[in-house]
Design a binder for this molecule. Structure first.
Ligand code: 13P
Length: 251
């Protein structure tokens, strides 16, 4: 089943509103004819609204980096799925390893966040990934399998095609050390197998992104692998030329 490649910029805690607008002005012309792929940008919350205006009518959609699973209430500092839908987010990242590690997010919370997004028509990008210690201990598949089953718990099967998985080995994030295409493909094939057990034939339509030091220099080899359907890009997505080259990969 053909899957539209999906490239997402995760800006993390980078770029003011003015910087985000400058990025959009430089980036959109570089990708305007990249119609065979889907592209999204996840800026910080503060830039969402103005980025929605900057991206309106373009082939680039808006994504959130996080969400609170509750519909509303006394949750100081948090943002709901309804608020994200209102400003035009089409995607939302949940379960990023930085949130799992720095903010102690567990699989059950991540599953609730993904469900809250789906209920507001926002497609979740659910991140999974093992640490270096876990990989060296031979626990990669066990860890990824557990993260998948926990983070997808309770999500309605009929919404499966809207769910994106991002495999981001923690040891490859921000380190310059990319997983080889072979290593990434091996895990992606495992992920698709688990998705097939969970969602049946719909697994063939689900996109699995790779993340971790994706750059213009390595994106082509990664995207040539059968189960690598896109990339979730941190550092290299901050530069319009670099992210445009990534979005215009040659596989
Ligand atoms: P880098 O591309 O900077 O390694 O970050 C990857 C990532 O965490 C994207 O979510």
């Amino acid at each position: 089943m053909p899957r539209t490649p999906f490239l997402t910029a995760n800006w993390k805690m980078h770029k003011t509103v003015a910087e985000a607008q400058r990025f959009a002005a430089a980036f959109l012309p570089l990708v305007k004819d990249a119609t065979a792929v889907e592209i999204a940008i996840a800026p910080p919350f503060t830039a969402l609204s103005r980025m929605a205006e900057a991206l309106a009518g373009s082939n680039v959609s808006l994504a959130a980096q996080n969400v609170n699973p509750e519909p509303q209430g006394a949750y100081t500092g948090e943002v709901s799925a309804l608020m994200l839908a209102e400003v035009g987010c089409r995607y939302g990242i949940v379960g990023h390893s930085e949130r799992r590690a720095l903010y102690r997010e567990d699989d059950a919370l991540i599953a609730r966040k993904a469900l809250a997004l789906l209920e507001r028509g926002i497609r979740p990008i659910v991140c999974v990934g093992e640490t270096l210690e876990q990989r060296e201990a031979g626990a990669t598949f066990e860890v990824i399998g557990a993260q998948l089953s926990g983070s997808l718990d309770g999500l309605p099967g009929e919404r499966a095609p809207e769910i994106v998985i991002a495999y981001e080995p923690v040891w490859a994030i921000g380190t310059g050390r990319t997983a080889t295409p072979e290593i990434a493909q091996e895990v992606h094939a495992f992920v698709r197998g688990r998705l097939a057990e969970r969602f049946g034939a719909a697994a063939q339509a689900m996109r699995i992104q790779y993340g971790g030091s994706v750059k213009p220099e390595n994106v082509d080899d990664l995207m040539a692998r059968p189960d690598i359907d896109g990339a979730l890009v941190g550092g290299a997505s901050l530069d319009p030329e670099a992210f445009a080259r990534i979005a215009r990969f040659r596989a």
